[in-house]
Design a protein around this ligand. Sequence first.
Ligand code: F6R
Length: 615
Amino acid sequence: MCGIVGYIGYREAYPIVLKGLQRLEYRGYDSAGIALYNEKELKVSKTKGKVADLKKKMEQEVDTSGTLGMGHTRWATHGVPNDVNSHPHVSNSGDLVIIHNGIIENYETLKKELTARGYVFHSDTDTEVLVNLIEDVIKKEKVKLGKAVQIALTQTVGAYAIAVFDKKKPNEIVVARLGSPLAIGVGKDEYFIASDASPFIEFTNNAIYLEDGEMAVVRRDKGVKVRKIKDDSLVDPYIQELQLNLEQIEKNNFDHFMLKEIYEQPSAITDTYRGRLLADEGIIRMAGVDDNLERFLNAKRILIVACGTSWHAGLVAEYIFEDLARIPVEVEYASEFRYRNPIINPDDVVIAISQSGETADTMAAIKLAKEKGAFVFGVCNVVGSSISRETHAGAYTHAGPEIGVASTKAFTTQITVLTLIALKLAKAKGSISNTDFHMHLQELETIPQKIEVALESNAHIKEVAFKYKDARNCLYLGRGFNFPVALEGALKLKEISYIHAEGYPAAEMKHGPIALIDEEMPVVVIATRKGHYEKVVSNIQEIKSRQGKIIGIVTQGDTSVRDLADHVIEIPDTIESLTPLLTTIPLQLLSYHIAVMLGKNVDQPRNLAKSVTVE
Ligand code: F6R
């Protein structure tokens, strides 16, 4: 959480840093700030609110010249979002400037020690403590900024991606990372610092991704020197060529990133299986699985760890793995798993699912599983992310950047990857017949086109959204493979429209939630023809007799649910295990339209951030 960006070179830093912050705003958006140095003066401007508020403030108050600059967009951890707690923070001497993404856990102890030595603190943040600790090291040890950052960091406990400069030495920025991402864009006589590559993609395709425990001194004239924080050893940095392009991170003609990303699902899923799914040959190629096939086949069980939407994808995978590959699966919230002393055996396979690849709880669960000797496989979207590096092997979802805070295409591409793995294992184990295997492969290939068809209901879904936009509560019901989709539909509605919603297995309704149903209660029921259809129709009858309002997600041509429901939204027919890839689409659109009609900030819902790098 929090986005950091910096520039040192020959161009004006302000527009680069500002644009960078706008692109990183998905990481946090409760306050923002920029520091600029123009060879004469240091200017720091910060404000509670969004980057747009900062822009307004800076354009009114501040001279924005300078070829050295840094900016920060915040998701508050220590201290409420206000101007003073916003970053950048400046040291007591007024010389050092810092931006920080992460948490310094022992900041109170450090603060006490520094206060006793005369340091004064203006904010409630851990970051202001860190910048003064660095200053203190410079004074006490008589060392340069790079060394001081290194020494100070060895006294901290916590996680960080930081960038620091000294206005008296304006030719360098010192950066470091542990547990929060940090990329250095390498241009000609100019360098960029950012939480991900999006702020500098139009300037350079070359990036160095710092590893955990590394720091770098980035010099305008002499380039980048990377070393390990702990033992001071120099590291030869790997300069990676970026695959990202500008179009992927712009909204294009869509009103919101979320809508763009919903519409990108056909192409995102095609990208997910490109080169992996060879339907005509009856082959699934996945290097991460092929190279570790024995581990998968010998696994007594598969443990899936994830959070939020990724956890829902894990639940879908549980149904698919058990149904097709006949391997027992347990799905765990990473945040529970890491602290509950779970039983993990060396012959377990742990699959960690994460869009961002940075989620702190998922990362901790992976480390725990590795300590216990399990083989850990990652399913991530962000290439080179911490989780993709921490796992023994993995498969990327290749969904492209997901910028809307509410996850959409990440979910369906995660399910696609997990389905490919399940099918591959089923084939290798012989738990699926050849005919069924081929049928699944052929059908999977048709999914992108079927999603296109599902998207054609957008206008109708908007009408349904208008009818229920003022509901206070909403129930989502599904069975089997679509029970996790009901959970995901409810999560989408709550997080962007702030309407209370719950997902349930349809048959569980009569064990409690049915008491909630009256004429005010919309109930979204996933009632596709394949998958306990008659049972779900009975559940719909039960809702109907209690005057609940029914929105049925049905297979094209359905008549039974149509007769009972207040509204139906059709999706194309497919095999049961693949229905989640289609039933999810109308639920995403329904939440989207309701949130837009309520005037909510769809891409940046309150209190949330895209990558949750704190526990
Ligand atoms: C919901 C959402 C979150 C994330 C969760 C895990 O729309 O986006 O629930 O799914 O924070 O994030 P990742 O997948 O990045 O580990």
